[in-house]
Design a protein around this ligand. Structure first.
Ligand code: CTP
Length: 411
């Protein structure tokens, strides 16, 4: 079964040095190492001396399948840290303790991890974790500031939340592994043509109210739209997603504009579409809404009478915003079809002014609504490209590869 955790860009085949220093959050770094490995990265874990009070090399070796480095003064330790630092695509220190941040700021070389930092020229991500009063201390702040401003390190967190030891009011807690994975993804995935561009995505279902408690909706989970938004953000874009109700976690780094109805989605898209370099219409918009939403909850009728609801057409958001798009922008639409997949998709491409249509058959198991995977055909100006059954996250990467190619053709 294809899974969201399967190897995929931008992590796949990339080299990540994960430095773990001595804080209780070190246990979360095991999850971090595991996720990165499952996404296809080669993760070289470097443990500081004090981290080994909390976690063992064996734990990390088991989840990464690679030897863990601990000792600078072993026979090959010194040569290995130079190689590691030079070959890494990104270095992440999680958790980064107050003591480690102080040593990093000073450029110390007293153990493997700090020496690795001195040789690397790749992006470094620090994920601090400590007692909240320690984090608030002016010297810790000065050290972290020096790492950011003078050394150019990226810093993620800490965030407020329950701490092992702490007052718990201020920030001190390490950000969660999933969030670190996404930020590493952005450090690995940026630098292309989407860097600094504006991307607008519509996502999820819409809900059309019948009365205050009932609505007409559809089975869209929002997974495909969120996957596209997340992938565009990792490629360095400023991303806004206009989304109908979705139970999924919001994509990291993305501006989320929550809406309920098709008309709200239409208004939110109209406000933003003129600024976007890329527009992806991934929402499953309800084509119809009840003519009238009742003000009070409709009571069950005593005599068993039914409820006939009259529906009226909703705006077609993609077609209606065609004229407002920025000249030169690239537009992607979706086509969910029960029959004549390619001819219907080609017709939608023409009618709605899409550069690329992601077409998928309705009613197929493991694809489309509510599924984690999708089987799609990409339809641009050339030959249709049929993709295999893939996790939606992998489909999103392939769609954005095509979007980048189209953007490159326009500059
Ligand atoms: N779309 C939209 N606004 C609508 C309906 C659809 O913006 N009211 C967009 C979808 O986000 C998608 C594309 O148009 O990118 C096609 O959606 P789809 O539901 O496949 O097609 P419909 O326009 O609803 O046409 P039909 O019902 O004939 O299949």
């Amino acid at each position: 079964m294809a899974s969201a955790d399967a190897p995929r860009p931008p992590w796949q085949g990339r080299r990540i040095v994960l430095g773990v220093t001595g804080g209780i959050a070190a246990y979360k770094s095991v999850t971090l190492a595991r996720r990165l490995t499952r996404l296809g990265a080669e993760v070289d874990v470097v443990l500081s001396r004090s981290s080994r009070e909390f976690v063992t090399p064996l734990t990390f070796e088991a989840v990464t399948g690679r030897p863990v480095l601990t000792d600078l003064f072993s026979v090959d330790g010194a040569a290995r840290h130079i190689r590691l630092g030079r070959e890494a695509d990104v270095v992440c220190i999680a958790p980064a303790t107050a003591d480690f941040i102080a040593r990093a700021a000073q450029g110390r070389a007293n153990e493997l991890l700090t020496t690795t930092l001195l040789v690397t020229r790749t992006p470094v991500l620090l994920c601090p974790a400590m007692n909240d009063r320690m984090w608030a201390h002016p010297q810790v702040q000065a050290n972290a500031g020096h790492c950011r401003e003078r050394l150019g390190y990226h810093q993620l967190g800490p965030v407020a939340g329950p701490l092992a030891v702490g007052e718990g009011d201020g920030p001190g807690r390490m950000v969660e592994p999933e969030v670190i994975v996404e930020h590493l993804g952005r450090l690995l995935g940026g630098g292309g043509i989407l860097e600094g561009r504006t991307v607008l995505v519509t996502s999820g279902p819409t809900r059309e109210p019948l009365d205050p408690v009932r609505y007409l909706g559809n089975r869209s989970s929002g997974r495909m739209g969120f996957a596209l938004a997340a992938a565009a953000w990792r490629r360095g874009a400023h991303v806004t997603v206009v989304t109908g109700p979705s139970a999924l976690p919001r994509p990291e780094g993305v501006e989320v504009v929550p809406v309920e109805t098709a008309r709200e989605m239409d208004a939110a898209v109209r406000d933003r579409v003129g600024e976007a370099d890329v527009i992806v219409y991934a929402a499953a918009v309800a084509d119809f809404r009840p003519v009238r939403a009742e003000e009070r909850k409709r009571k069950r009728s005593r005599d068993g009478e039914g409820w006939a609801v009259e529906l009226t057409a909703n705006p077609d958001i993609a077609s209606g915003t065609k004229e407002h798009r920025k000249p030169g922008s690239v537009t992607v639409g979706f086509a969910l079809e029960s029959e004549d997949l390619l001819s219907n998709a080609a017709d939608k491409r023409e009618r709605k002014g899409f550069d690329l249509v992601v077409a998928n058959p309705a009613g197929e198991p493991d694809a489309g609504f509510e599924a984690e995977t999708n089987r799609v055909t990409l339809l641009g100006s050339g030959k249709p490209e049929e993709l295999p059954l893939l996790p939606k996250e992998a489909v999103a990467e392939m769609v954005l590869d095509r979007v980048e190619a189209l953007l490159r053709g326009r500059v």
